[in-house]
Design a binder for this molecule. Sequence first.
Ligand code: SAT
Ligand code: MN
Length: 598
Amino acid sequence: MRGPIANQRLQQWVDEVVALCQPDEVYWCDGTRAEYERLMAQMVSSGASIPLAKRPDSYLFRSDPSDVARVEARTYISTPSQDDAGPTNNWIAPDELKRTMTGLYDGCMRGRTAYVIPFSMGPLGSPMAKIGVEVTDSPYVVCNMHIMTRVGDRVLEALGADGDFMPCLHSVGAPLGPGEEDALWPCAPMEDKYISHFPDENLIWSYGSGYGGNALLGKKCLALRVASARAHREGWMAEHMLILRLISPEGRRYHIAAAFPSACGKTNLAMIQPTIPGWRAECLGDDIAWMWIGADGRLWAINPEAGFFGVAPGTSYQSNPVAMDTVRANVIFTNCALTDDGDVWWEGMGVPAPAHAVDWRGHDWTPGNAAPAAHPNARFTVPATQCPGISPDWENPEGVPIDVFVFGGRRAGVVPLVTEAFDWDHGVFLGATASSETTAANIGAVGALRRDPFAMQPFCGYNMADYFGHWLTMGDRLGDKAPRIFHVNWFRKLANGEWLWPGYGENSRVLKWICDRVDGRVAAQETAIGYLPRAEDLDLNGVAVPAEHLAELLRVDIAAWRNEIPDIQRHFGQFGARLPQRLHDQVRALEERLANYE
Ligand code: SAT
Ligand code: MN
């Protein structure tokens, strides 16, 4: 145990948490490799962690079958007024929520250790970096936070005696009686899970889940939900976006920030290897971008994270070779299948299924088994430094200047391959109305169509109508230095289920058109829904896309778009008078254009 620490407010908060949660021990994380290895060794000996003979320094965890993804239904934005959380967030008044959760926290760490994790979102020393401190009773969370954030003594040093931090309290919600044997993945039943945010206080309380964004509180909770509310107050942006640098054959660098819902290929796009000769890409981040207006009037971005928490199923040498090379060693896998020779396996890994494996539930599995071997939301946690495609600027405290925003989702029909917004307001409209079929990244129905504005539906920490307004204001401030806005959809299908577009590395062909548009090198056709490439504008040298597929990918189906209008109106209607008039104007303008393009 360490002595009293310099930051009084931190010491006091930890003392309060310890008095409430009553852990057997308190441990301050120093962030060293030795600490990571010690905790991992403990979890190996308890059976919670399985070392992988085939992957150096890599481990497999299996979660409880009830605790496999984010739980949006149990996620709360607790502002004094419900209107400030808005219609897209669950809300409970702060007093009531704190009372309920204090009851749950009371004694909840009995029989466990409370780990105190000082962490930084953003490179230490960056003017944009924010310090958080997570107290958790999960050593699995500690090891993941080691990878996903910057952790330990160096953060305490940066915090100093009177630095500011965001308190993040986490418990798996499973106290142990004397001598009671621990579960391999302790957690609380669904009705006791709470992922709670008090954005006005920069405070996070999470209870009952050990999985991903529910438990690694620097990620969705701090860097998106609480940060987005703070960014609104302070005039910057916290977005659910990857950051990518594309480099043309002439050496021009384009920085792209792209928003897609969870499990819609952000990590694949972030690590793209362009298939067009001469073009290169570097990855700066795969999930979150913090952006602000720099002294030059442009929008600058950093990735606040230090690692990748990526979806394993579907990741292969075909879909994402860079990720495959990133996860060769030193990885935490969660809910993948275990092969008999001590490796992980998942559906869509691009290698034949093993003749026998142990599935994510710990049961024997053989090919042909009705249930998948890996959970669809199985994950890898891996340091960004291990990514062979990582940009030399990924930790640059100054960030990178954003040229382009891309929004997207998973839509089997209607939405074309790529659309350029007419202007900023239209781009905000495209973001605000973006929709996607739901994925396994949240507990709930998979494949249901929903509006997911800016891919922030689960992550916006304040009234979404005010968030739209914030986007409009940022555009006003950026003026002619604002990034150009595009919308993409890689996921079009034929009625028989066949993909219309090859995707993955071939998406670089769309990105090239986008970059060419930014620099005025390529034409576009004006349509009712935005600027679209003509078939001949896309560089398709070396890829076989049947002409009729291409025509369908670039077709604006006027009737289908008219059908979208009532749903857009319903979607906007939920915000009542709080919705910016400029978005109502966009709906009307779209209706008029659709009428004109009979
Ligand atoms: O929220 S998680 O970090 O568990 C994953 C996601 O939804 O992107
Ligand atoms: Mn995400």
